[in-house]
Design a protein. Structure first.
Length: 337
């Protein structure tokens, strides 16, 4: 049978547009791939449309909207995830409308599907004391404990995204002045992040202990699992959760759930509270737009407001008389012309 126009355009989108013209990162391409895997699953399992019969005409605005609702209701995806899936679909349809102008009206109906508004989440972060307590839990007398301590210290000290931490290679670590780690972020953007002296000391010991200083090992991952493969996001979350569980009984300041990304938020908040300029924090975190970084400033302002409310008594009395019950005042107002 002949391939449908959807099959043709989807293949071109992944093989030529994303990796070629857009130079999208591997992680971006994987996120787009997951979106279309789910869309195909929905079309086949819920709508009863076999994959080989899906065409661009099949993918109407109504079907896409129902798919997004299905993600929320059946797969329990968050609004943020729903909007990310929609962004992938929008990108695909913008690509197709340039390839097939005759269907532009149909394509733009899909492109016009709006993102779903949601409440802006509070920036979850840890206090410096909580981070310190978690980092005190790994067993420094075992090789795995020392690996975990070094890993979590680098995660916090660099403010790295989890995938950035996973992708660090030996050649990305520079421990001679100035001591930095090179991180490859979204869109393959590279940034150099300074390291504090304690993290430098941990990394120096870690590289020597694991015999990773040799030139021919430059392309090796910095952190590996028991099979000597790169760690996964799930693996790093498991490592962190292990020590969070150990630290919880020791302090009430540690929240119920601590994710690896919370270490990134914590580093940003601690830099801000130390008086570091927001522009520097933007560059440190690898944000493209300062507006993304401003979320930490807003969160810090709210924290200060609540702290002031808790410390100081109510000096200003907000219990004012109800003027609507003042008959003389009402009579005077009624006589005004």
């Amino acid at each position: 049978m002949n391939p449908t126009n959807f099959a043709k355009y989807l293949t071109d989108f992944f093989t030529n547009y994303l990796s070629g013209r857009k130079n999208a990162s591997k992680n971006t391409i994987l996120a787009y791939r997951d979106t279309f895997k789910l869309l195909l699953k929905y079309s086949q399992d819920v709508r009863g449309i076999s994959i080989e019969h899906i065409s661009m005409d099949t993918l109407s605005a109504e079907l896409i909207t129902d798919f997004l609702n299905w993600l929320e209701s059946e797969r329990k995806c968050s609004i943020s995830t729903r909007n990310q899936r929609l962004a992938s679909i929008h990108s695909f349809f913008r690509f197709v409308q340039g390839e097939e102008p005759s269907g532009i009206y149909h394509f733009q109906k899909v492109i016009s599907i709006p993102v779903k508004k949601s409440e802006k989440p509070v920036v979850g972060h840890l206090s410096p004391e909580a981070v310190k307590l978690i980092l005190q839990q790994p067993n420094k007398y075992s090789a795995k404990g020392r690996r975990d301590l070094t890993l979590l210290s680098v995660l916090y000290d660099t403010g790295a995204r989890v995938q950035e931490l996973i992708d660090i290679k030996i050649c990305d670590v520079f421990l001679e002045s100035p001591e930095v780690i090179v991180l490859t972020g979204k869109g393959n953007k590279v940034r150099r992040v300074p390291l504090m002296k304690n993290t430098v000391a941990l990394l120096q010991s870690y590289l020597i202990e694991n015999d990773l200083s040799k030139q021919w090992k430059n392309q090796y991952p910095l952190f590996v699992n028991n099979q000597h493969n790169k760690l996964t996001k799930e693996g790093i979350a498991y490592i962190l959760n292990k020590y969070v569980t150990m630290a919880k009984p020791l302090s009430r300041s540690i929240p119920e759930h601590v994710s690896p990304h919370m270490f990134r938020h914590s580093k940003a908040m601690h830099l801000l509270q130390a008086g570091v300029n927001l522009i520097y924090i933007r560059d440190f975190l690898g944000h493209v737009d300062i507006k993304t970084t401003e979320v930490y400033a807003r969160a810090d302002t709210e924290m200060k407001r609540k702290a002031i409310e808790n410390v100081y008594p109510d000096i200003i009395d907000n219990n004012i008389p109800d003027w609507s019950k003042d008959k003389e005042l009402l009579s005077w107002l009624a006589e005004l012309k």
